[in-house]
Design a protein around this ligand. Structure first.
Ligand code: R5P
Length: 282
């Protein structure tokens, strides 16, 4: 197997290739004067190919399609989309809207597709290929376990994230609980107070995505009011749009933990072992 590292997932692709000791193919990506993307894989494409590329921006998605097309002579194409943009538009919220996640998935032509903690697993059905969603929360849990925290507890900001909190704490003997979030707008949420046992304890709030930071900022403030010792946030996908990072620190976060499905300064936990274990089986 050879791995093509997409432009948005260079660090993660390198880490996966290193982990399973396979050749990493290098691509050249540049823009034409009119803004269109030029992509070329500089090493030989042959045999079974795994392309690793998060689709954080629209350009990342175009680059993924180009890399898939460039691999058309491979014997088997596996596409790993560690973070899939547009996954949150997984249904029509208003008349006239597209199901963007379906449009994106339908354009990805491959033999096998892997995503990581995709927003909603029902999106997997929109891929023509067999699609499998991987879970990076156990690697986050392992990281948390080694942080030397005071009687830590993992908290999910809403019931949708309970599974993340549960899987991150699994086998590690960590406690977990969840809160009750209502989204008021794209940037504003309210978290209903609920008595969770946080007094004097270090708390890690876990979610799949931190985007505007609204969910986390609100949860951090609430848990600090409830007497938590230090509050950390953890997420799989550090989107961090606009001023999200500032909102978290303003709310009093002690530290931010994230994976490298999106490569940011806070991506200290690697999802590489999760991908490596899955693609080794191909
Ligand atoms: C929502 O369903 C997701 O799990 C996250 O809670 C959400 O995407 C976080 O967004 P934001 O950071 O903008 O509150």
């Amino acid at each position: 197997m050879k791995i093509i590292g997409g432009p948005a997932s260079q660090l993660l692709s390198g880490r996966v290739a290193e982990e399973i000791k396979v050749e990493l193919l290098v691509s050249e990506i540049k823009k034409f004067p009119d803004g269109e993307l030029y992509t070329r894989v500089l090493d030989e494409i042959s045999g079974s190919i795994t392309i690793i590329q998060s689709t954080v921006t629209d350009s990342d998605f175009i680059a993924l399609l180009q890399l898939i097309d460039a691999s058309c002579d491979a014997s088997h194409i596996t596409v790993v989309i560690p973070y899939m943009g547009y996954a949150r538009q997984d249904k029509k919220f208003k008349e006239g809207e597209p199901i963007s996640a379906r449009a994106i998935a339908g354009a990805v032509k491959a033999d096998t597709v892997y995503t990581i903690n995709i927003h909603n697993e029902s999106i997997l059905d929109y891929f023509d290929a067999k699609a499998v969603n991987l879970d990076a929360t156990p690697v986050i849990g392992k990281y948390i376990k080694n942080m030397g925290l005071v009687n830590p507890i993992i908290i999910a900001p809403d019931d949708g994230a309970i599974r993340l909190a549960m899987n991150a704490s699994n086998d590690l003997g960590l406690d977990y609980d969840f809160l009750d979030k209502t989204r008021l707008s794209g940037e504003t949420v309210t978290i209903r107070p609920k008595n969770v046992a946080v007094k004097g304890r270090d708390v890690i709030i876990i979610d799949d995505i931190i985007s505007t930071g609204g969910t986390m900022a609100e949860t951090i403030s609430l848990l600090r009011k409830q007497g938590a010792h230090e509050v950390y946030t953890a997420c799989v996908h550090p989107v961090f749009s606009s001023n999200a990072m500032l909102r978290l620190y303003k709310a009093g976060v002690k530290g931010i933990i994230a994976t490298d499905t999106i490569e940011k300064g806070v991506s200290m936990v690697s999802a590489a072992p999760v991908i490596a274990t899955a693609i080794k089986k191909i």
